[in-house]
Design a protein around this ligand. Sequence first.
Ligand code: FE2
Length: 385
Amino acid sequence: MPYYHKLGEIPHKRHTQFRKPDGGLYAEQLFSTEGFSNDYSLLYHVHPPTHIIKTEKPVNVAPQVAEEKMLSHRSFEGFRVKPASDYLESRTPILVNNDVHIVLAAPKAGHPDYFYKNADADEMIFVHEGSGVLTTMYGELPFGYGDYLVIPRGTIQQIRFEGENNRLFIVESFSPIRFPKKYLSKYGQLLEHSPYCERDIRPPVNLKTHDEKGDFKIRTKKKGILYNIHYGHHPFDVVGWDGCCYPFAFSIHDFEPITGRVHQPPPVHQTFEANNFVVCSFCPRLFDYHPQSIPAPYNHSNIDSDELLYYVDGDFMSRKNVTRGMLTLHPAGIPHGPHPGAVEKSIGAKETKELAVMVDTFHPLMLTKQALEIENDNYVMSWAE
Ligand SMILES: [Fe+2]
């Protein structure tokens, strides 16, 4: 999806002989997430990426849906998800449908003993708290507060954190996560009206080639099952790669808000898109400057999308009792809007410090068993005066 990039050593021509110092051939791998008909990268491994030496009994990790159908405003305390030592175990699915899984995680540590691959879904990890480095076969992505890490499905990864206090908001997307089409030129450059540009996109850096033999476990998730597949060589044995399909980081703090004389609609906050959902960033910004403007949003009937808002930091002028890490879900079918008193209160305000991530899904989200455990009761009644 991003622009063309290359790191390390690659041959002058693709699909030609590229030899190691000992005369042997490097193993070329084409990596894409949509067959051979979209963006791709070519990676050059010291050893073929196919050397499986052992497989274990698969484990079912599919989310357990507790409420499949509903029509009610809901709210959840994301920070009530308990910290866990194991990275994969810490990942707690909250809301799911066939296009997307919304996952919260509070991992106390990374996973130096194994590698992870999501074979089904691109992952967008929003870093609410914590910092560290995400390493993939493409190199390293250092990350910190406010970063979106976007990882194409199939990427082998290993994450490490600097401390134990980490909070992640994760979107697993069963289609590629892309820059919104409306921001792109015919040939893929981010246009002048886009709220971010290529300079804001951080590709992998510091490619280290691990030419190591041994037993390397890659925990691979596919269709809700975790397969522990052991390989005979270190998966990060790439000497070089180039192309347009690779993981990247983008900081929400580099998103330039679009403002106007009157209230701007949610699409101005759009950050990413995928099949049947979008991701938006609500960032600190100046409010509308028409002399009669109302900064609070108008009521709206999102009849064709469920609106999920994840509150990060700052103030939230249209809502009462908002906490960090809180989620609100306003389902398609019933209108929603500011809480009582919020509209009048917003008049005259000059700016907002709110920071939030929104995911609008075009098909209804289902609630998992873990979602019910962190739910705020009676949120639907919070508009009653
Ligand atoms: Fe809304």
